[in-house]
Design a protein around this ligand. Structure first.
Ligand code: NAG
Ligand code: NAG
Length: 261
């Protein structure tokens, strides 16, 4: 029993050390924009990254940069879109409060802004590709209005392959790449790694050995607890399989991001 435990824990510990070397804790010189498709994407997929970017801005500095979230639909697939904007606001504010409560010094500046797009041409549906021009226009307008210099969004596989997620990736073109300094994609891992939770530290650690222009955001056990509490603010969405997801998904605890070249 003990040897089995060692057999599992030693490689994970080593991988964790490797990942620590590549770990990123938010770059406050940028106004950072997360672009998601539905309320709850920000916690189901981008949680560890969102948390680090918020936490980095809680402490007072000369830099007044913010974390922004642009959510491109209100998530109306099951007809409960009207509740979901408030749930999204509650969830993000809860996460921000968690960061603030565990920090000794707090910033008086607003560190977080949220916009939810309500456009009938961007319906929440796993089978519908959104118009790249329309998505791009919303992103470009937001970037210009809020002086965004770093953007984080889905990669070409969109974590789950959801058409709406993938549409965001396909809307990006030179006009976006040239209007911000950095674009980062949340890396989609193969399905066999998706539900390993912390166990995926091992494979993320191995991957870190050859990945360039790449960074990792890790949640601590306490962070993870509060990420789940934040996710639970999406009350209308918390069916049993969401709890299963929160328990097992690697994206709840580990995010790896690749930089657009
Ligand atoms: C943060 O602290 C406030 C005031 O003490 C409390 O009401 C709130 O529940 C805390 N939030 C979190 C997420 O810990
Ligand atoms: C990139 O997007 C801009 C703004 O929507 C558009 O005018 C331009 O034609 C696009 N470029 C390409 C190569 O699609």
């Amino acid at each position: 029993m003990l040897s089995l435990l060692l057999l599992i824990s030693v490689p994970i510990l080593l991988a964790w050390l490797l990942i620590r070397l590549r770990q990123h804790s938010g770059d406050i010189s940028h106004n950072v924009l997360f672009v998601s498709a539905h309320p709850d994407d920000e916690l189901m997929f981008f949680g560890p990254t969102l948390l680090q970017e918020m936490r980095a801005r809680i402490r007072p500095t000369d830099q007044h940069s913010k974390v922004h979230l642009l959510c491109l639909s209100q998530g109306d697939f099951y007809g409960d879109g009207h509740k979901r904007i408030q749930e999204l606001t509650d969830a993000c504010h809860y996460l921000r409060d968690y960061c603030a409560n565990f920090s000794s010094k707090q910033n008086d500046n607003q560190i977080f802004s949220l916009k939810v797009v309500q456009d009938e041409h961007l319906p929440d549906s796993p089978g519908i590709r959104w118009s790249p021009e329309l998505v791009r226009q919303y992103i470009l307008d937001y970037i210009a209005a809020h002086r965004i210099s770093k953007m984080i969004t889905f990669d070409q596989s969109g974590v789950s392959g959801h058409s709406n997620h993938v549409s965001i990736y396909h809307s990006l073109n030179e006009s976006i790449y040239s209007s911000v300094k950095e674009v980062w994609y949340l890396e989609t891992v193969p399905l066999w790694r998706k539900y390993l939770s912390w166990g995926d530290l091992l494979f993320t650690g191995i991957q870190s050995l050859w990945s360039a222009n790449w960074q990792v955001h890790l949640a601590s056990p306490r962070d993870y607890f509060y990420l789940v509490q934040s996710l639970r603010k999406h009350k209308s969405q918390m069916l049993w399989f969401r709890y299963l997801y929160a328990l097992s998904s690697r994206y709840m605890v580990i995010n790896s991001l690749a930089r657009h070249k």
